[in-house]
Design a protein around this ligand. Sequence first.
Ligand SMILES: NC(=O)c1ccc[n+]([C@@H]2O[C@H](COP(=O)([O-])OP(=O)(O)OC[C@H]3O[C@@H](n4cnc5c(N)ncnc54)[C@H](O)[C@@H]3O)[C@@H](O)[C@H]2O)c1
Length: 291
Amino acid sequence: MRALVTGGAGFIGSHLVDALVARGDEVLVLDDLSTGRRDYVNPTAQFRPHDVREPFESRADVVFHLAAQADVGTSMERPSFDAEVNVVGTVNALEAARAAGAHLVFSSTGGAIYGSVEEPAREDSALLPVSAYGLAKRSAEVYLDGWNRIFDTHHVALRFANVYGPRQSAALEGGVVAIFLERLAAGEPTTIFGDGAITRDFVHVDDVVRALLLAAEHDGGVFNVGTGVESTVADLHALCERAVGVDAPPSYGPARAGDALRSVLDTTKASAELGFTATVALAEGIAATAP
Ligand SMILES: NC(=O)c1ccc[n+]([C@@H]2O[C@H](COP(=O)([O-])OP(=O)(O)OC[C@H]3O[C@@H](n4cnc5c(N)ncnc54)[C@H](O)[C@@H]3O)[C@@H](O)[C@H]2O)c1
């Protein structure tokens, strides 16, 4: 299969490219390297520097659209820039797929699109984004759904939980696992914002890649991609300490405005329709990610 991966030099995209190359696919990566790294791109894949805010073409059978401005803080400081990358960039990806007659898989977000939840979010739960990033991803999903209707395509949107694993940047917001592991390994202090009781659904990048590959074979739909397991940030910190082999309790700082208190995804639909269930347990995944 010929695959185009936008954002293929980034954290999740580069793992996806490795998996596609490993199974013998012909892979083209489009990335502007704003947060991605050229050396993360598998040498067997073709690399083309490109900013997805500008239209592009492809001869692919499947387009994985992962390029994004994925930093919530930046989205609030520069919402129009965020919209250009995340909304216009997605329209350009949909148009590239349309011109090539390709299937498209879009990387949306669970954490930022549902907002804080009272119970595991289902795909039909209320969408109440509290950031420009979440709004842009929601808007991009509206385009994807609309393009499916207007052009009779069957593109798929995946709403990822909090993804972690090797190559995640500790410099980017949201990379709490990478931040804890890097700082603990360097003997530097760590801080938890709030009382440590806020929860997230942490899903390993290998599981996310499997979901992306399944979505490439699937006709239409929106699917949560997480574990369905709710972990507190305090528990996560303890797992990171154990993985690094240190006893270094965090300090606690004031809660951050805009941080959802609870975020966890119901993955029943992905399991039933996509055949996807996360398999990497958090302790195991953290141990494999530790430097
Ligand atoms: N990491 C998570 O927990 C998470 C959760 C939900 C959704 N997502 C989504 O998954 C996708 C991948 O995220 P990631 O965590 O790997 O982040 P990342 O920042 O590592 O990857 C994004 C990639 O897109 C590239 N990029 C950014 N702007 C671009 C532009 N204008 N043109 C071309 N390339 C551009 C970057 O250089 C980078 O390589 C994104 O769409 C993100 O919104 C990630």
